[in-house]
Design a protein around this ligand. Structure first.
Ligand code: BTN
Length: 240
């Protein structure tokens, strides 16, 4: 992988998307500061300049079926979760692509894909990981950083190299390996096996359910009163 560090960028995802043809497979763009960091659902991603990791990895797979786009999420979330484990922090994956420690968010991802003829042609995997930031703006709901958890400073550049070495990109283009990524991802799911409260966003009802796992297509499998249901992103939210 080749890493290109920028002092200041609007967004590392936007940088790769703007020049998608010029950047090769496995290019990484990282920024000390993002002035227009983008989050899920059109939200902003706020990160104090220099404190944290904000980077994006570009993949140009040759043989990844579009229906299995969630394998990208499985691979990326596992890389960060397992790296955190090495730092002595036990984290879980909040479906689809947040990393939580307890009920607090330490990492968010924005994955933007290109699809043609049923295949993923490119994927920009944008990751914001809170390393050294100690105070967060009030508009963020439940943030936490590695430093708040361990008391230790982490060098973002060293952390980036370490995390990238954990990306199992080779598994993406092999059906059996993709299933293994799913199994690993499911093992680390936030609230798995616990009876918890959720909101059905299709009818706005609250309900108790138990997360069982995720389908290869990425739907969340939840047991609701003994019935197995599955939800797409935007059909269910967590009530924490
Ligand atoms: C979220 O949880 O809402 C997703 C946050 C994703 C943030 C990262 S930071 C690096 C990359 N560049 C962006 O503009 N966003 C992603």
């Amino acid at each position: 992988m080749t890493i290109k560090w920028f002092d200041r960028l609007d967004s590392t995802n936007s940088e790769l998307l703007r020049h998608i043809d010029e950047y090769d497979n496995l290019s990484v763009v990282a920024a000390v500061e993002q002035f227009a960091g983008r989050g899920q659902r059109g939200n902003r991603w706020l990160s104090r300049p220099g404190d944290n990791l904000t980077f994006s990895l570009l993949l140009k797979p040759r043989d990844l079926p579009a229906a299995e786009f969630m394998s990208l999420t499985f691979m990326a979330t596992l890389a960060v979760r397992n790296w955190l484990e090495d730092q002595g922090v036990s984290a879980s994956i909040k479906w689809p692509n947040d990393i939580y420690v307890g009920k607090r968010k330490i990492c968010g991802m924005l994955i933007e894909n290109g699809i043609s003829e049923g295949k993923i042609t490119y994927s920009v995997i944008g990751i914001g990981l809170n390393l050294n930031q100690e105070a967060f703006p009030g508009e963020l709901v439940n943030p936490i950083s590695l430093k708040r958890l361990t008391g230790k400073e982490t060098d973002p550049r060293e952390a980036l190299e370490d995390i990238l070495s954990r990306f199992d990109t080779a598994s993406l283009e092999n059906g059996e390996h993709r299933k293994m990524l799913l199994t690993e991802y499911e093992a680390d799911l936030f609230q798995k096996g616990q009876l918890c409260l959720y909101r059905n966003l299709l009818n706005d009802n609250e309900f108790y359910g138990t997360i069982e796992g995720v389908t290869l297509g990425g739907r969340l499998r939840v047991d609701v009163n003994g019935t197995s249901c599955s939800f797409a992103f935007k059909e269910i939210s967590y009530i924490l």
